[in-house]
Design a protein around this ligand. Structure first.
Ligand code: ADP
Ligand code: MG
Length: 283
């Protein structure tokens, strides 16, 4: 019997020959110099590279926050780079979730309203939006903290609220730019455990920008960037995810409740057999 070749991986989001140039003339910066990348539904991808290599610019192009100088960004096969600003804004609201390094929560709103914001902006009645957000907060280990304002949360708890907000509208993809950048190693690992598990549970793809290899390890694929280009990529082995850190023995004063250790997650759906050579642009 002839072995059947595996079907090509479906593509949710793709960059094609993506270029981004800031400025003009001799001072122009080629932040992206021709990036090709395909992301499958529910895949988790880390974009890793040194500072200035173009990671944030790539994320902003993929998420429709900025328009690339040339090339295309395909979201479910639609080129979003050619959409009008208002259309891209609507798409971001309906289909994408975002987690940033810090400072993304509105300080005057309680956690549950921060998490409910995308639903309210989308027109859902407040009571329903808040109830939905409260469920998300509970799933992320924040039950009982719904009414706390961001200033009353630890850094890790604030990131969980941001993750709840990113997921509350059931987006197809979550973009995270240095989501652990303001946290210590242990809290960062807890946040990555929560983020990757929550994305997997909801079926969302995850694109995480980081310069930290211990953060990238939580994703099923790592794309390395250098000088505005993909310089290599590799897939984590099956059952790749690091073990979530155990509950901290000594609870920091700023963290009133140590989070429960997260359960181990099943491996991501698709794993490729072998690392690719650096320089390969991948799929
Ligand atoms: P990374 O996230 O990997 O640190 P960035 O995408 O932020 O990299 O930046 C890539 C390059 O583009 C850097 O040289 C940076 O200085 C430049 N750059 C980024 N944003 C802008 C901007 N808005 N205007 C001008 N140059 C920019
Ligand atoms: Mg950056």
């Amino acid at each position: 019997m002839q072995p059947t070749p595996p079907p090509p991986a479906p593509v949710l989001l793709a960059a094609r020959s993506l270029q981004m140039v800031y400025g003009t003339g001799p001072t122009a910066t080629h932040a992206l110099a021709g990036v090709d990348l395909s992301i499958a539904p529910a895949e988790s991808v880390a974009i890793m590279g040194p500072s200035g290599s173009g990671k944030t610019t790539l994320l902003h192009c993929l998420a429709g926050i900025v328009r690339p100088t040339s090339g295309s960004v395909l979201w479910r096969e639609q080129d979003i780079a050619s959409l009008k600003d208002t259309q891209r804004t609507a798409l971001r609201r309906s289909d994408f979730g975002f987690v940033f390094q810090s400072g993304q929560l509105l300080p005057e709103l309680p956690a549950v309203e921060n998490a409910a914001l995308p639903l309210m902006l989308g027109g859902m009645p407040r009571a329903q939006a808040v109830a939905t957000a409260a469920v998300r907060l509970g799933e992320l280990g924040l039950a009982g903290m719904e009414d706390r304002r961001p200033g009353e949360l630890s850094g890790g708890q604030a990131q969980r609220v941001a993750i709840a907000r990113a997921l509350v509208g059931s987006p197809g993809v979550i973009f995270a730019d240095e989501p652990t950048g303001a946290l210590d190693q242990t809290t960062g690992a807890e946040v990555m455990a929560v983020l990757t598990q929550a994305a997997a549970r909801s079926g969302a793809a995850l694109v995480v920008v980081t310069h930290d290899p211990t953060v990238a390890r939580w994703c099923s694929r790592t794309v390395a960037m250098r000088d505005g280009l993909v310089s290599g990529e590799f897939y984590a082995p099956t059952g790749h995810q690091p073990t979530a850190p155990a509950t901290q023995q000594a609870t920091a004063p700023s963290a009133p409740q140590a989070p429960a250790p997260a359960p181990q997650q099943a491996p991501a759906p698709q794993q490729a057999p072998a690392p690719q050579q650096p320089g390969g642009q991948g799929r």
